[in-house]
Design a protein around this ligand. Structure first.
Ligand code: NAD
Ligand code: TDX
Length: 357
C-alpha cells in the first residue's frame, strides 16, 4: 500500500485528483489535509464507494501548523506529498492579498521545512516525491503569439501569481540546497466538476441559471488555455510517477479561447439544455464591466516537455468536456446551492459592486 499526503484536497482540483487517483490505484491511501476555507468542501467525498472510502482519510488543518504537520509526518510513512493547498482566486488577491502571502508563501515554506526534516530521517528517501502544483500565471502575460515554456522567465502580475511564483522559488531552493526530491508543475486554467462558482466558467453557468448578468471584464478578449481537470490530474500522476526531481513540467490543454467565446458557448449550451426557443436568450445577460487591474492578456502553454518526456497528452476535447461540465452543474444544483452561502454572497457584492464600464 502507498500513502500520499494531499494538501488542499477539499478544493476543486484536489477533490478531482483524490477521487481519480484512489479509483485508479487500489493500492493507494490518501490523507487529505485541508483547513476548509470558503473553497474547501468535505462533502465532496461523501459519495465515495466503500472500497475507495476506506482508503481516504481527512485531517482538518492548516499547512502553516508545524505541530500538526509533524504529527502527520511522524505517524505516517509517506510516499509523497501532493501540494494543492492555496488561495487560488486572482480577484480575491487584489482585494485582500495577505491571505495569499500567508498560505501560498508561508504555508508552502512551512510544509517544505517539515517535509525536509522527516524526509532526511526516512527509510524511503529515493522514491519520495514532493509535487508542487503551480500555475502558468507565474510567467506573466503573452502578446498575440508565443507560448510559455519551462524556461520562460517569471514575471507575475497579480498578488496571487506573485505568491505562487515565490512558493515555486522556495520549492526549487529546497531541491537545489537540501536535495529534497521535488517536482513542480505549472498548469493552465482548469474547468470541470466541483469548481467554486467564483471562477469564470462555473460563475457564468450559475448566473445563467439564476438569470443574473454575465460579467465580462474589459473587452472580453483576454485568452486562456483551457484544460479539463481530469487531464490535469492525469498529468500530475505522470509527473509523480515518472517526473525527474528538480524539474518543472508545463501542463496545458492547447485550447486557447477568448473569454467572450467561452461565455457565448456556455450561453448556447445552456439555452439548448433548457429548451429555450430563442438561441439569443442567455447572451442577452452579457454585461461588460471595468477590467481586472493588471489583467494578463493571454496565457498559452507549450506542453512539449511533458508530452515527449512523460508521454502525457490531454484526452478531452474542449467543447465536449465543457458540455459535460455544464451537465454536472445541472445535475448537482444542491452542491452549488450549498457553496453559495453568506460568505459567497458577500464576495459577489464586494467584487462586482460599482464595476459598470
Ligand atoms: P481551490 O481554491 O478550489 O482549493 C484550494 C483548497 O486549499 C481549498 O480546499 C482550501 O480549503 C485549501 N486551503 C487553503 N488554504 C489552506 C491552508 N492554509 N491550509 C490547508 N488548506 C488550505 O483551488 P484549486 O483551483 O483547486 O487549485 C489547487 C491548486 O492548483 C492551487 O495551488 C492553484 O494555485 C493551482 N492551480 C489552479 C488552477 C485552476 O485553474 N484552478 C490552474 C493551475 C494551478
Ligand atoms: O466575472 C468574471 N469575468 C471575467 O471576465 C471572472 C471571474 C473572470 N473573468 C475573466 C478573467 C480571466 O481573463 O475570465 C478569465 C478567467 O478568470 P478566472 O476564472 O478568475 O481565472 P484566472 O484569473 O485566469 O486564473 C485561473 O487560472 C489559473 C485560476 O483561478 C488560478 O487559480 C489558476 O492558477
Amino acid at each position: 500500500m502507498k500513502t500520499y499526503l494531499v494538501t488542499g484536497g477539499a478544493g476543486f482540483i484536489g477533490t478531482n485528483f483524490i477521487r481519480h487517483a484512489l479509483t485508479l490505484n487500489s493500492d493507494w491511501r490518501i490523507i487529505n489535509l485541508d483547513v476548509l476555507t470558503y473553497a474547501g468542501n468535505p462533502a465532496n467525498f461523501e459519495d465515495l464507494p466503500p472500497d475507495v472510502a476506506k482508503r481516504y482519510v481527512f485531517i482538518p488543518g492548516d499547512i502553516q501548523d508545524k505541530h500538526l504537520l509533524d504529527g502527520v509526518f511522524s505517524k505516517e510513512d509517506l510516499d509523497g506529498v501532493i501540494h494543492f493547498a492555496a488561495e487560488s482566486h486572482v480577484d480575491r488577491s487584489i482585494l485582500g492579498p495577505e491571505a495569499f502571502v500567508q498560505t501560498n508563501v508561508v504555508g508552502t515554506f512551512t510544509l517544505l521545512q517539515r517535509c525536509l526534516e522527516h524526509w532526511k530521517s526516512s527509510n524511503n528517501k529515493e522514491d519520495f516525491r514532493f509535487l508542487h502544483v503551480s500555475t502558468d500565471e507565474v510567467y506573466g502575460s503573452l502578446g498575440s503569439d508565443g507560448y510559455f515554456t519551462e524556461n520562460t522567465p517569471y514575471d507575475p502580475s497579480s498578488p496571487y501569481s506573485a505568491s505562487k511564483a515565490s512558493a515555486d522559488h522556495f520549492v526549487k531552493a529546497y531541491h537545489r540546497t537540501f536535495g529534497l526530491p521535488a517536482v513542480i508543475t505549472n498548469c493552465s486554467n482548469n474547468y470541470g466538476p466541483y469548481q467554486f462558482p467564483e471562477k469564470l466558467i462555473p460563475l457564468i453557468i450559475s448566473n445563467i441559471l439564476a438569470h443574473k448578468p454575465l460579467p465580462i471584464y474589459g473587452d472580453g478578449k483576454n485568452v486562456r488555455d483551457w484544460l479539463y481537470v481530469i487531464d490535469h490530474c492525469e498529468a500530475l500522476l505522470a509527473v509523480l510517477n515518472k517526473g525527474k526531481p528538480g524539474e518543472t513540467y508545463n501542463i496545458g490543454g492547447g485550447a486557447e479561447r477568448e473569454n467572450i467565446q467561452i461565455v457565448h458557448t456556455l450561453c448556447d449550451i445552456l439555452d439548448n439544455r433548457l429548451g429555450s426557443t430563442d438561441n439569443g436568450t442567455s447572451r442577452e445577460l452579457i454585461t461588460y464591466i471595468s477590467d481586472r487591474p493588471g489583467h494578463d492578456r493571454r496565457y498559452a502553454i507549450d506542453a512539449g516537455k511533458i508530452k515527449q518526456e512523460l508521454g502525457w497528452s490531454p484526452r478531452y476535447r474542449f467543447e465536449e468536456a465543457l458540455e459535460d461540465t455544464v451537465d454536472w452543474y445541472l445535475q448537482n444544483t444542491s452542491w452549488v446551492d450549498s457553496v453559495q452561502s453568506g460568505e459567497y454572497l458577500k464576495w459577489i457584492e464586494k467584487n462586482y459592486h460599482d464595476r459598470q464600464s
